[in-house]
Design a protein around this ligand. Structure first.
Ligand code: 4AD
Ligand code: MG
Length: 435
């Protein structure tokens, strides 16, 4: 065995295109005869066909290659050649072949049920599909950070164990906190982020949020990654602009970075381009009801928009849309009452195109302590538990607002996935918390 092995990734080896290279990875496919063996090798960067001839590598190495199982890990030395018949256009003529880790018979092969793949999620992550999604996911997280830092925001962290609800008691996960009651997993960073704008003014985070969602839908997880921002002195319109800005930046970065992955996922990139090119349509809740009525859907004023209504709206546009000024009764206690109409709030939902539903929810924040207390009471909450939060309105309160973006919902949309579960490595839902 050579000692001066300098490994290239498969992508680097393909870029080099000729000469002798060392590569390493996992056996993705294998077939062959007793003299000639074809192994398609996979690493994080790509796959490549490797040809192993007994006459070249000798009996001992060929013997190992001949018995190799899918997903065994190997190191290979050979000559790169262009070959239009090979799956990725290149072939490696193998000169040396070394087994690193043998593999038991890999449980995942073709046509397995969704349940089986979910049970074997730890192995399914190696699939071409999941690898592509995970790369795009990495781009999305990077783009969110980049956008907010570019705009002068500080990264800031709220606790995950929280003592109050933010988004309604019905989806709270209560934890056994040393037998103490009233400790919950975070639904949102927001109530612990607002106190920090008095120090940092512009802040953001990407953190897990938890919702005890009893619905089994293609858009709900019980644990999801939540990108949130909060900004002092910001107007409602400025908050909405950041929503549009960060979504555009995400799509831009994915289109720049992940063309190969989008191809593997068979994503029609034309469907993403309008998001970059066009301003997003804005409409009020009232406008939305008029549009829905034209499409045969009667929504009684004061009812929240349901999935079916969001889907009808979303299919009318090729970019996300911003729906504003929802009835106060359907929105969270902290959203600012519209000074022009006390029945609605300065809240916004961004609804993704192609039926991907609500991808961002945000608002300007109510400044009036009495109004906040009344709305907490109307929700069955004891305002006393919120004293620390109400202090944000007592000591130099300023206009401010923010939003939260469901990162997996955005990834599902960008990747064109059927289900949000494939946007996260180990999805958690009401019925799935293992492995
Ligand atoms: O609309 P939501 O509930 O808003 C908040 O939590 C605010 N406190 C955010 C803020 O202003 N800082 O949630 C925000 C977003 C939704 O628009 C949706 O994209 C996503 O979080 N989301 C979920 N994603 C996956 N699974 C779930 N169960 C989700 N619930 C909400
Ligand atoms: Mg919402």
């Amino acid at each position: 065995m050579k000692t001066d092995k300098h490994f290239l990734s498969i992508a680097e080896a393909m870029k080099q295109g000729s000469g002798d290279v060392w590569i390493r990875g996992w056996v993705w496919r294998e077939r062959g005869s007793n003299k000639l063996k074809f192994i398609t090798l996979r690493d994080a960067s790509n796959v490549i066909q490797c040809v192993i001839e007994k006459a070249v590598v000798g009996d001992s190495q060929f013997g190992i290659a001949d018995k190799i199982q899918m997903e065994a890990s190997v190191e290979i030395y050979g000559t790169m050649k262009q070959d239009p018949r090979a799956p990725t256009g290149y072939e490696l003529a193998v000169k040396e072949f070394h087994l690193v880790g043998s593999s038991d018979s890999f449980p995942i092969n073709k046509d397995q049920s969704v349940e089986f793949l979910a049970d074997n999620r730890h192995l399914w992550l190696r699939s071409r599909k999941m690898t592509a999604v995970l790369k795009i996911r990495s781009t999305v997280f990077g783009a969110i950070d980049e956008y907010f830092r570019m705009k002068g925001f500080f990264e800031y962290h709220s606790p995950i164990f929280q003592a109050i609800q933010c988004e309604g008691g019905s989806t709270l996960f209560e934890v056994d906190y040393f037998k103490q009651k009233g400790v919950f997993l975070s639904q949102s960073w927001q109530l612990y982020a607002e106190p920090a704008i008095f120090a940092l003014e512009k802040i953001y985070t990407i953190s897990p949020s938890f919702r005890a969602e009893k619905s089994k839908t293609s858009r709900h997880l019980t644990e999801y990654w939540h990108a949130e921002m909060e900004e002092a002195w910001a107007s409602f319109d400025q908050i909405i602009d950041h929503g549009e800005g960060v979504l555009k930046h995400i799509v831009k970065k994915v289109l720049e970075t992940n063309q190969e992955e989008l191809k593997i996922l068979e994503r029609d990139v034309k469907k993403l381009e309008p998001t970059l090119q066009k301003p997003f349509p804005h409409m009020t809740y009232d406008d939305a009801l008029v549009i829905l009525k034209k499409h045969g859907m009667d929504v009684e004023w004061g009812k929240d928009l349901r999935t079916i209504e969001e889907d009808v709206l979303s299919k009318l546009y090729d970019t996300p849309i911003a729906v504003t000024r929802y009835p106060k009764v359907v929105k969270a206690f902290y959203m600012k009452e519209d000074p022009k109409n006390p029945n609605v709030v300065l809240g916004v939902d961004f609804i993704g195109p192609e039926g991907y539903g609500e991808i961002i929810g945000g608002s300007e924040r109510e400044a009036d302590i009495e109004k906040i207390k009344q709305r907490l009471i109307a929700q069955g909450e004891d305002p006393k538990a919120y004293e620390f939060y109400l202090d944000t309105r007592r000591y130099g309160s300023v206009p401010h607002g923010g939003f939260g973006m469901g990162v997996e919902r955005v990834i599902a949309w960008v990747c064109g996935l059927d289900n949000i579960k494939d946007a996260i490595p180990f999805p958690r839902t009401m019925v799935r918390w293992k492995p």
